[in-house]
Design a binder for this molecule. Sequence first.
Ligand code: PMP
Ligand code: GLN
Length: 415
Amino acid sequence: HARRIEGIDKNIWVELTQLAADYKAVNLGQGFPDFSPPSFVQEAFCKALNEGFSMHQYTRAFGHPNLVKILAKFFSRIVGREIDPMEDILVSVGAYQALFCTFQALIDEGDEVIIVEPFFDCYQPMVMMAGGTAIYVPLKPREGCGPVLSSADWVLSPEELASKFSPRTKAIVINTPNNPLGKVYKRKELQMIADLCIKHDVICISDEVYEWLTYDGTKHVKIASLPGMWERTVTIGSAGKTFSATGWKVGWAMGSEHILKHLKTVHQNSVYHCATAAQEAVAVGFQREYDVFGTEESYFHQLPIHLHEKRLRLADCLKSVGLKPILPQGGYFMIADISNLSKKHFKFPDISSTKDEPYDYRFVKWLIKEKGLATIPVSAFYSPEHRNEFQKYIRFCFVKDSTLQAAEDILRQWS
Ligand code: PMP
Ligand code: GLN
């Protein structure tokens, strides 16, 4: 096999999705909704399929014209500048492929890419496959300010972040709202990152797939909208998260034409087209959201309200059984501290005696096999260098309606 895939054959989603299925576990692990997308996009998909041959055939390689036009119109209003639909956007097979094109197009052998931990796990293998070196900087729970209750209490040290920039730094990857923590970066935090990017002439790759899912009045800010950042930011989005349609695998990268043209080079020589009918349906969805933006009818307004209740319900349930959840400001995941579980109370075996795997991995596997509940070990979102320091959290997904009840039943019986 090629050297570029050395050491990345294991994948947390492959491994735990299979284990959860083998044990028929209630799955609060892998994140996707267990409800359908809103009817206006479902109907648009069905309509597209019945519209004659064109929706069943190839469309424009870099994005179906209807989709790139409405994405440009929609996000021009958000970013506060004119986005060119044909030059500044690439539609991809989910956010995954947008990320892959970005790293392949921009990272060379020897380049360094700064990744903020905890991070969505694919960033590291993608940097490696492009020949780059990942340099990690962790978000850390704030010290000395009382108990850490919210993802807002996890912060970057500006000094530590600044120390990671070197003449070899090509890019930094951020994810807001963050998976798995749920942190939503404040404007001030983004400005600090932006200042460093500008100072060191570094590209910012901003994964914003959960951009519409924020709670308690927290506002999502696009780093591309800060002064001097449009020219050096690639913003990644996903219709899967935006319209609760993860199986459609429609995503995009957005940014200045002088960067995006390189992503298109990778795309045209690897994937070339994305599914036409799905893109048409997403286009109709964005047009509808454009028309009702800022009103109570908007799905981008309704979905977080719906999830907010489930988020509080899961947090209450976790607390009631002795786990310590960190309340997320955004996204659809919640991490919880398992280190204080009383063994007498919870009756789990002394799994800390086997040292071959991080503690949270062993705990998660035990939970699936013995209790029928699947979650994700948070150390999977850390680099091998820092994994040992972050073994005491597990991640719960709270987007799923029916499974949440089943999970509560398991947790309550167990305690
Ligand atoms: N980035 C993050 C942070 C994610 O959680 C996901 C979820 N799968 C992705 C990217 C990939 O999204 P998609 O399903 O659109 O490829
Ligand atoms: N983004 C989802 C999660 O974090 C799904 C990841 C995947 O299946 N690869 O759970």
